[in-house]
Ligand binder design. Structure first.
Ligand SMILES: [Zn+2]
Length: 175
């Protein structure tokens, strides 16, 4: 379990030359675009990054992230705990023209002035790895398919309060 904050501004060329490893937490509420897409978030994103220079002389960052985010169920719109994890491989380049030369296995990050904003990089990766559409299991959703077809909402408020935690347990049991 990580406990320290990830530095958000780094010098990727120096880190790659020294084959450095960085790991740490980024608070989820630092991600403005994530909040726009999915609503306010709590907790942290865990991030592990390995900087290196590969055999082709490319500066690369091999990374992994994990986070527990709240995404709106597309049926009842209630926030739904969702575990997100992603592996990614970044190629550090100094211009868009050089980005085009990277193999398709590498996502380009353009670095000017020796500074890389990791917040932007991690937020991009996190948003890319979100599931497109999520629903509660029918038994746990605030809107059942019966209600959708019959319009009877009288029982809707009786059970959904504790359902997100059941979903979380289900998700954790699978991962
Ligand atoms: Zn739902």
């Amino acid at each position: 379990m990580l406990t320290t904050r990830l530095p958000l501004k780094v010098e990727p060329h120096r880190l790659a030359a020294n084959a450095e490893h960085l790991e740490g937490l980024v608070p989820l509420d630092a991600f403005a675009r994530l909040a726009e897409d999915a609503g306010p978030q709590q907790g942290d994103c865990q991030v592990w990054l390995d900087f290196s220079i590969d055999t082709q002389g490319r500066r690369v960052i091999e990374g992994r992230l994990e986070a527990d985010v709240q995404l709106p169920c597309r049926r009842c719109l209630e926030p739904m705990p969702t575990h997100v994890s992603s592996h990614f491989l970044l190629g550090v380049v100094s211009s868009d023209a050089l980005a085009a030369d990277l193999p398709s296995t590498h996502e380009p990050v353009v670095v000017e002035d020796e500074q890389l904003n990791l917040l932007t990089v991690i937020e991009d990766e996190l948003i890319l790895s979100l599931p497109q559409v999520i629903y509660h299991d029918e038994a746990q959703c605030g809107v059942s398919s019966d209600q959708l077809s019959s319009g009877d909402a009288s029982e809707a408020s009786a059970t959904p309060a504790d359902s997100p935690f059941d979903v979380l347990r289900t998700l954790k049991g699978k991962s």
